[in-house]
Every structure is written in structure tokens, then in C-alpha cells.
Design a protein around this ligand. Structure first.
Ligand SMILES: [Zn+2]
Ligand SMILES: [Zn+2]
Ligand SMILES: [Zn+2]
Length: 288
């Protein structure tokens, strides 16, 4: 539960960060800071949801949730990313308004808050680093805060440039870039989430390849009605009908079943396998 611990610490840091940026943003009149504050609110939400999902995902299956709770993490990621899309549109809209009506900014305060942002985001990146190695949900949080650190460095650089040049448009420009970056990241992650929720085959697998590999196994006459889907990230399931040549006793199908499972796990990382042996194409068999 190391991940849950580092996430809960990150939640406190982000809550403080949000309050500081929001108040500071209004005092200094920096749009980049205010935009960042609203986006930090969704960060806070996403950290809380991720923390809850990590606790929930380890619960064993029960009579109601026969697969367990792996998909709680996917639902968490869906909520996170939809809220990020909304935030990015809000930021872009605010940048557009500021572009139409430019305003001056208090650069010293802006730079100090940017430094606070760099320190807190970098601390979270460090905290989450270990958990991100083997968990995609944690890795997306890690990636997000790595981006955050870069955004704060950008705001700091902007503050310094504005201090010397009085090019106030840089602030608007920076928040526009921030909005687009968040939007891009959220859309990329949404694509993966939608593939999982629609039970599509993972991006890196091909049904043709899997079918060919199954058909190549000795004793397999034909592999049919193959379904491949993700229970959650990195938890791939497959079900298939396998036609065999002769009417052998059940005990003799065991070596073949073992071979099928080893091939699927070794070649395709498919670990949740359900096979129905048959002598003829059955009525339920469908073809893609
Ligand atoms: Zn963020
Ligand atoms: Zn089917
Ligand atoms: Zn069948």
C-alpha cells in the first residue's frame, strides 16, 4: 500500500498548492496562475479518486462483482480525464478573453507562486515515482505531475521575461499552451479508457495474429469465436472455441489447454483464459 500512502501525502500537498495558486492568482492578476489553480482542483479530485481506486482494486471478487474491482480504476480515470477536458476548455476560453482585453500582471508574486508550484509538483513526482513503475494508473498521475512541474517552470520563465520586457501577452500565451497540453494528454488517455470500456482489443494486439498462433498449435483443428478484452489495464482476457480432431477424454485435453495458456501468456500477455473444446463448429460460434 506504498502507492496509497504516497497518494494521500500528494493530496495534502495539492490541496495547499491549489489554495495558494487561486488566492495568489487573483492578487497578482496572472491568468496563467488562476488557470493553473482550477486545473489543480481537478488534480486534487483525480488524486482522491486514484487513491480510492487503488484501495478498492485489491479487494477480492465476490458473488456480485465476479471479476473483482479492477475496473474501479478505469472509472476513476474516466472521471479524471473528462474533468481535465472541461478544465482545458475553460482555460482556453479565459485565455481568449484575456487576449481580447489584455491586462497588466504583478510579476514578483507570479514568480514566487511558480516556484512554490515547481517545489510541490516535483515533490509529488518523487513520491509517486516508485508506484508508477508497475501501475498504469499511477504512471498517468506521475506523468501528469511531471508535466505540471514543466508548466510551473514555464510560468516562472514567463514571470522573469515579463518583469524585464513588460510583454504581458506572454502570460496569455502560456495559459493557452497549458490548456492545449492538458487537452492533448486527456484525449490520449480517454482513447485507452474507451477501448477498455467498449471491450475492444488492446492497441498492441491483433486478433488475426492470436488466431494464427492458436491454429498453429498441434492438435488444434480450428480456433473460433475468439473474444479478447481488457478487464483493466494489463489484465487481458480471452475466450475461444477450440476444435480438436478426435473425441478424446477430458483428461487428455489438459496438456493442450496448458500449452494454449502458456502460449497466450508468453506471447500476448493474456492471463485470463477461457477455452471451450468442441468437435464441430457449434451453433454459438460467430465469425469476425
Ligand atoms: Zn494537473
Ligand atoms: Zn462469441
Ligand atoms: Zn463453438
Amino acid at each position: 500500500m506504498q502507492s496509497a500512502k504516497s497518494l494521500s501525502l500528494s493530496i495534502f500537498l495539492t490541496a495547499f498548492h491549489f489554495a495558494a495558486k487561486l488566492i495568489g492568482g487573483y492578487i497578482t492578476n496572472s491568468l496563467a496562475l488562476v488557470s493553473d489553480a482550477w486545473h489543480l482542483l481537478t488534480d486534487l479530485l483525480s488524486l482522491i479518486i486514484s487513491w480510492w481506486a487503488i484501495k478498492k482494486a485489491v479487494q477480492p471478487p465476490n458473488a456480485w462483482a465476479t471479476y473483482g474491482f479492477h475496473r474501479v480504476g478505469i472509472l476513476a480515470a474516466l472521471v479524471n480525464n473528462v474533468s481535465l477536458v472541461a478544465v482545458s476548455f475553460y482555460i482556453l476560453y479565459q485565455a481568449y478573453l484575456r487576449f481580447l482585453h489584455p491586462e497588466t500582471i504583478e510579476t514578483a508574486g507570479m514568480s514566487i507562486l511558480a516556484i512554490v508550484g515547481i517545489i510541490i509538483s516535483a515533490a509529488i513526482v518523487y513520491l509517486i515515482h516508485d508506484g508508477a513503475k508497475n501501475n498504469l494508473n499511477m504512471r498517468s498521475v506521475w506523468l501528469h505531475f511531471a508535466g505540471e512541474t514543466c508548466a510551473s517552470i514555464g510560468v516562472l520563465a514567463g514571470g522573469v521575461v515579463i518583469y524585464f520586457t513588460h510583454w504581458y501577452w506572454i502570460d496569455t500565451f502560456l495559459s493557452g499552451i497549458l490548456g492545449l497540453t492538458i487537452l492533448r494528454g486527456a484525449l490520449i488517455m480517454l482513447k485507452d479508457i474507451i477501448i477498455i470500456l467498449l471491450e475492444g482489443i488492446p492497441d498492441n494486439l491483433s486478433l488475426q495474429e492470436i488466431t494464427a498462433c492458436l491454429n498453429q498449435l498441434p492438435d488444434v483443428t480450428a480456433a473460433r469465436d475468439i473474444h479478447v478484452w481488457c478487464l483493466a489495464e494489463e489484465q487481458i482476457a480471452l475466450s475461444a472455441h477450440i476444435e480438436i480432431a478426435s473425441d478424446i477424454p477430458l483428461s487428455q485435453t489438459e496438456p493442450l489447454l496448458k500449452q494454449i495458456k502458456e502460449m497466450l501468456a508468453g506471447t500476448f500477455h493474456i492471463t485470463h483464459v477461457n477455452i471451450q473444446f468442441e468437435l464441430h463448429e457449434c451453433r454459438d460460434c460467430h465469425h469476425v
